[in-house]
Design a binder for this molecule. Sequence first.
Ligand SMILES: *[C@@H]1O[C@H](CO)[C@@H](O)[C@H](O)[C@H]1NC(C)=O
Ligand SMILES: *[C@@H]1O[C@H](CO)[C@@H](O)[C@H](O)[C@H]1NC(C)=O
Length: 355
Amino acid sequence: MKMLGVKTLLLVLILSVMLASMVTEAASGNKVKRVKPRKPVKPVQELLTCKSRRSKCFMKRIKCPVECPKVKPKNPKDKACFLDCYSPKCEAVCKSRKPNCNGPGAACYDPRFIGGDGIVFYFHGKSNEHFTLISDSDLQINARFIGLRPEGRTRDYTWIQALGLKFGYHNFTLEATKAEKWDDNVDHLKLTHDGTELYIPEGDSSEWSSAKGDIQVERTSTTNSLTITIHDLAEISVNVIPVSEGDSKIHNYQIPSNDSFAHLEVQFRFFGLSSNVEGILGRTYRPDFENPAKPGVAMPVIGGDDKYKASSLLATDCALCVFSPDGTKDEHDSLMMEYGMLDCKGGGNGITCKK
Ligand SMILES: *[C@@H]1O[C@H](CO)[C@@H](O)[C@H](O)[C@H]1NC(C)=O
Ligand SMILES: *[C@@H]1O[C@H](CO)[C@@H](O)[C@H](O)[C@H]1NC(C)=O
């Protein structure tokens, strides 16, 4: 009984205080300061800047868009904020952290490329050989092709199994390791830097960078996906995937049951290539390049085996290779193209890209 009495007293007290405050509010008219309803917390939009003098954005502070406020979002499926320091536009944009096989700079499937000019083309090469994708004075990127040739076919079906990168006097390699039976949860990446194998713990956002900081590798999912950033030169996003049973059936690849043909899907972004850049993909970034693959052709295959064949993953000996780390790069010669600014639509063989 006593407890109830105290409670009742409290209730009366509270009610009278509330009544009093209402009266005060009414008396003071609209001078009462009301606490605004709380707004949903807006994510902090990160600020980015470019430290290269060549950039239009040099030392400017650019805010990430609201749609992608962070450079490294927690959720790997969220789009990331990206500032291309070498685009003539100084503007942060949203992009997927995984390679987009239908975007410019892509090298996917049995390799199908999308050039810097936005034109889709196939380059078959040969299995167990190396070809140069990019050769510029300060950057070389070779690919190792794997594949097979079902009986009665006139050419190899090929996929990109490894990339060899050279920048300055450094080497970096990335390989899809062989998998008899594919399992998404098992990592199939093998990486080396200057000949030393790297171990980057599995897990989203797990990172490694070189002592000098000129190259950085970051996983973009727990296993089998990463992004490599070579300072001032390139950003390369990669997935390791098997040749799917569906694709094998559609194209009649005749993939053996004891090899999943683990290979790479890649999307490249380049910063400041020179106008003399070479390579199967590189030349499509030249301002004067006339692509032999015409848009609208269903499956334009381009040749160039003889011009771009290299003797190993890190060799720079292809006939048209121009890599020369000793030479000084003519800064005025570097392209300020709107790389990555091409907007591509469609899929399969019906991709069209526009500025
Ligand atoms: C890079 O690779 C080339 C070719 O295999 C080799 O000659 C050179 O010594 C390597 N450089 C480093 C720093 O590992
Ligand atoms: C797969 O089987 C073929 C024979 O059927 C054999 O020649 C080949 O070495 C095997 N590959 C692997 C990865 O075990």
